[in-house]
Write a protein that binds this ligand. Structure first.
Ligand code: C2E
Ligand code: MG
Ligand code: MG
Ligand code: MG
Length: 281
């Protein structure tokens, strides 16, 4: 290890690297264990009609309780992808959400639908389609009670691999044919050409929170949101705004005829017990 004057000592670099490696190793092992033991939890964030303020659904969001803290999906989903565990986690979330919505059919207010996030690996590899079909039939749940969320960038990847419209024989289009709803998640953050959207045959656009954040004070953001809503409507799609935090944002979205919304203004994601108390009683 040749060292010049002024260079960082080599042992620092290699010690840091080996610490990082052993951290990754530890996480990999405990993530494998978490999958085997089904340590994950699913939380639910309510979604409302902005017009009537009626409950229209809930988004299922996975959590990992580890060492006295809840690890957010942003931290472990990318690792799960890397370690080849994402399909199993996705199946766990789907199965849990399907059983949960069925269980809630006995509540005062029934939950109309549950939205489930998917990753590109799930849609492009493995047999998610068959798993979905099997799970719905075992639990006797109608397909239209499930909304599959696909991010804009995954949607584009799917088109690259499978084409669009009649040429598309992908998992996504199979789910669509079975009657599940499909939403484009985080819309506006990708680089999809608008002309694609009309070939996609999706049900809903979810406008990314970053636009909602700016809708009050940045006229450009408001113009973009307005354009997305109008384009969505002209294509026969529902439009949902994510990350609504203030009454003022809600008012603006209502004035722009946005159909649905979710966000901390209404509620943070809640565990099943709290969700039931707050939203279904
Ligand atoms: P997403 O699908 O866009 O989910 C919305 C995220 O925004 C959630 O974060 C939610 O807690 C948060 N959020 C909702 N309303 C507000 C608000 O008003 N203010 C703020 N500051 N945040 C809000 P979360 O639960 O940490 O999830 C992050 C991302 O992880 C999700 O983004 C989704 O892409 C991914 N994810 C979550 N669950 C799953 C899953 O089961 N499978 C896969 N593949 N990805 C998942
Ligand atoms: Mg989502
Ligand atoms: Mg989203
Ligand atoms: Mg988002």
């Amino acid at each position: 290890c040749a060292k010049k004057e002024g260079d960082l000592p080599c042992y620092l670099f290699s010690q840091e690297m080996s610490e990082q490696l052993s951290y990754l190793h530890e996480i990999e092992e405990s993530l494998h264990l978490a999958v085997r033991e089904k340590q994950f939890q699913v939380h639910y964030q309510p979604q409302y009609s902005l017009n009537t303020l009626e409950l229209v659904g809930a988004e299922a969001l996975v959590r990992w309780p580890r060492k006295n803290r809840m690890v957010p999906p942003g931290e472990f989903i990318p690792l799960a992808e890397k370690f080849g565990l994402i399909n199993q986690i996705g199946e766990f979330v789907f199965d849990t959400a399907v059983k949960q919505i069925n269980q809630w059919s006995h509540c005062n207010v029934a939950l109309p639908r549950v939205a489930i996030n998917t990753s590109s690996t799930q849609l492009l590899t493995g047999n998610f389609g068959a798993f979905v079909e099997q799970t719905l039939s075992t639990n006797q749940l109608a397909a239209d009670r499930i909304d599959i969320e696909v991010t804009e960038s995954v949607m584009m990847k799917n088109i690259e691999h499978n084409g669009a419209g009649e040429n598309d024989t992908s998992c996504l289009s199979i789910l669509q044919e079975k009657g599940l709803e499909i939403s484009i998640d985080d819309f506006g953050t990708g680089y999809s050409s608008l002309s694609y959207i009309k070939h996609l045959n999706v049900d809903r656009i979810k406008i990314d929170k970053s636009f909602i954040d700016d809708i009050e004070f940045k006229p450009e953001a408001r113009s973009i949101v307005k354009a997305i809503i109008n384009m969505g409507h002209s294509l026969g799609l529902k439009v949902l705004a994510e990350g609504i935090e203030t009454p003022n944002q809600l008012d603006i979205l209502k004035s722009l005829n946005c159909d649905e919304g979710q966000g901390f203004l209404f509620s943070k994601p809640l565990d099943a017990e709290k969700f039931e108390m707050k939203c279904l009683s």
